[in-house]
Design a protein around this ligand. Sequence first.
Ligand SMILES: Cc1cc2nc3c(=O)[nH]c(=O)nc-3n(C[C@H](O)[C@H](O)[C@H](O)COP(=O)(O)O)c2cc1C
Length: 375
Amino acid sequence: MPDPALFAPLTVGGLDLVNRIVIAPMCQYSAVDGCMTDWHLIHLGHLALSGAALLTIEATAVLPEGRISHADVGLWDDATETAMAHTLDSVRRWSDMPVAIQLGHAGRKASTEVPWKGGAQLLPDHPHGWQTEAPTALAFADGQAAPLALDRDGLARVRDAFVVSAVRAARLGLDAVQLHAAHGYLLHQFLSPLSNRRTDEYGGGIENRMRFPLEVFDAVRQAFPANRPVTVRVSGSDWVDGGWTVEQTVEFAQALEARGCAAIHVSGGGLDPRQIIPVGPGYQLPLARAVKQAVAMPVVAVGLITDYDQAEAIVATGDADLVALARAMLFDPRWPWHAAAHLGASVTAPPQYLRSQPQAFPDLLKARRPRGNAA
Ligand SMILES: Cc1cc2nc3c(=O)[nH]c(=O)nc-3n(C[C@H](O)[C@H](O)[C@H](O)COP(=O)(O)O)c2cc1C
C-alpha cells in the first residue's frame, strides 16, 4: 500500500507540519473579559494530544468590540496576553503540536449572546452588549440594530489592533497567524458587495473591496516574524445571489499570495441569512479546488470532512493540500489516530498513552517528547 497522502509532511511558510490534518478554529464562548480560562486549557490541551499537525486557537478578537460575544477570547491587552500565556505554557509542556491563532473582528456580527443562550444580538444598553462597527451601516439581519460605518480613523484603529495582536501573538511564541476573513465577519464584510456599500476607495469594485483586508494582511505580515507563516481564512462564496463568489475568492487569493500569504483556508458562507448552503460531505470542497487550481500556496479544505478515506482522497487527488476538521474533532478528539490506523500510518502520542495501542496496529503510536521540562 503506498504511503497515505494524509500523513505526508508539509512545510507551510517555514512551519513544519507532520501531516495534513489541521484542527479548525472553534469559538468556545468561555472567556472572561477576553481572558482564556481553565476551559481553554482543557479544550486545547486535549486537542493538542490528538496527533493532528496544527492546532488553531479560536477566533480571537483584536478589540473588545470585535468579539462575537462577551465570552470570546481576545488578545488586546496585557491581561488577555497573560491568560493566553498561561494556557499555552501548560499545553506546550505536554505537546509539541504547533499552535496557530485566528485573529479576527466580528464587525456587524459582534455583540451577541452565546450560542447556547440563543445567540441573539445584544443592544448597547444590555450589560453584555455594545455598539457594533462595519464597513457600512447595514444590519446583518432584518430587525437587527445597524452597525456604525467605520470612518478613516476607525479603519486605522482596527488595522492597528490587528498589528498589536499579531505582535502579542509573536511574543507568545505562536507558530502562525490566521486572519479571519470568512463567515461574514469584519474582513469578509469588506469583501462582499452585499455588506460593503461604501463609496470611498474601500467600496465599489473588487479592487476597492479587497483594499482593507489586504492592508490588514500587509500590516500583520510586516509585524509577525518573517520566518513564521501568516495565512488567511476566507469564505469561498456567500451562497447568495449578488454576493461574494468563488471567482472573486480566486482573485483575492492571488492578491494575498503575491503579498506573501503562506496558505489559504477556504470555508464558506456566514455573510447573509439568505444563504442557501449545499450541505453534505465535503460541501465546500469545490471552492477549495477552484482556489487550488489558481495559486501555488497550500490550500486548506474544510466542511464536513469526517471520513478517513474522504480526507485521504482530498489530499491524494490534489483538491487541497490540507484538510481542516472542526466538529469531527470534538466528536472524536483522537480522529487523527483513527485515521492513521485506518490508512496504515503512524502518529506521535504522549508517552503516557502508548499502552493504549491496539494489538492490530503495532506501528501506530510513536512516542512524542514534550517540548517543556515535564517529568
Ligand atoms: C463549536 C464551533 C466553533 C466554531 N468557531 C469558529 C471560529 O472561531 N472561527 C472560524 O473560522 N470558524 C469557526 N467554526 C467553523 C469551523 O471552523 C468549521 O469551518 C465548520 O464547523 C465546518 O467544518 P466541520 O464540518 O469540520 O465542522 C466553528 C465551528 C464550531 C462547530
